[in-house]
Design a protein around this ligand. Structure first.
Ligand SMILES: [Zn+2]
Ligand SMILES: [Zn+2]
Length: 270
């Protein structure tokens, strides 16, 4: 297996509300699968940081990653990560948190609009709301890119999964081209990576997030880096479908993907 199949930059331990395995067990499984490096990137949802006890789980996650990092030294590279959800909803809190803990990789992501719940929990959608919310969603991603203090932007088509899963709504990306172009240009300018998230392939929508055509547009607009993330919440999904992520990245014009050590992009040829 080639190296890009063996490095997973986005996965969750049981220090995420929806994660199922301990950091140690994840490392043990990664070694058994011959993986070379993983970044453990537990959720930290900034807008519900205190209500949902991310103040505790984020620190717990960090220390368990540090323990696993020591225990697996020489066998597996264990990188300190975080999936920072909705960082721009409270920049003061976000920046305080990031100044306290030293990460290898910070993933920027967005699971809900301001004052709304995660799209994951929403029961049904209609076309008009979906369109309006998606416009808002891309505006928020643009704000996040504009802030820019993260390494890679995760699953930029996240709401699409739930529009389809709950209400069979398909999104036409041409309607959001102006926004995605602005987003990609900003990410490119700041040398922030775009994540190719394979988690969407395990959903009824069954698509990479984002799909190959969007990755291609990112490359055309000067995008420099892509990361591959399984978004595994079970060890069975570690580094899953990275052959498909690589296919999309190559189609888009990328010759490598990257993982992050101390926020430095480390290239792996495709
Ligand atoms: Zn996420
Ligand atoms: Zn995730």
């Amino acid at each position: 297996m080639t190296d890009y199949m063996l490095v997973d930059t986005h996965l969750h331990s049981d220090n995420s509300p929806d994660g199922h395995h301990s950091a140690m067990f994840i490392c043990e499984s990664a070694v058994a699968m011959n993986l070379k490096a993983i970044s453990i990137t537990d959720h930290c949802e900034i807008d519900v940081f205190y209500q949902d006890h991310y103040d505790r789980s984020t620190v717990q996650s960090y220390f368990e990653i540090m323990k696993a990092r020591e225990a697996y030294r020489g066998k597996l590279v264990v990188l300190r990560g975080i999936e920072l959800g909705e960082p721009v909803y409270d920049l003061k809190l976000t920046e305080k948190l990031l100044s306290k803990l030293e990460y290898d990789i910070v993933i920027g992501s967005l699971h809900n609009l301001r004052g709304m719940e995660d799209f994951y929990y929403m029961k049904s959608f209609n076309e008009a709301d979906a369109k309006r919310w998606l416009t808002e969603y891309y505006d928020e991603l643009i704000r996040m890119a504009d802030w820019g203090k993260f390494d890679t932007m995760a699953h930029i088509t996240y709401p699409h999964r739930y529009f389809f899963k709950r209400s069979g709504i398909s999104v036409n990306m041409d309607d959001y081209k102006k926004q995605t172009d602005e987003l990609f240009s900003l990410l490119a300018e700041k040398e922030i990576a775009l994540e190719i998230n394979t988690g969407g392939l395990r959903q009824p929508l069954n698509k990479l997030s984002p799909e190959a055509d969007l990755v291609k547009r990112f490359h055309e607009l000067g995008g420099k880096y892509v990361t591959f993330g399984s978004d595994a919440h079970y060890v069975e999904d570690l580094a899953k479908d990275f052959d498909k992520a690589a296919e999309a990245a190559r189609y888009a014009g990328f010759k490598s993907c990257v993982f992050y050590q101390n926020h430095n992009p480390m290239e792996i040829p495709l």
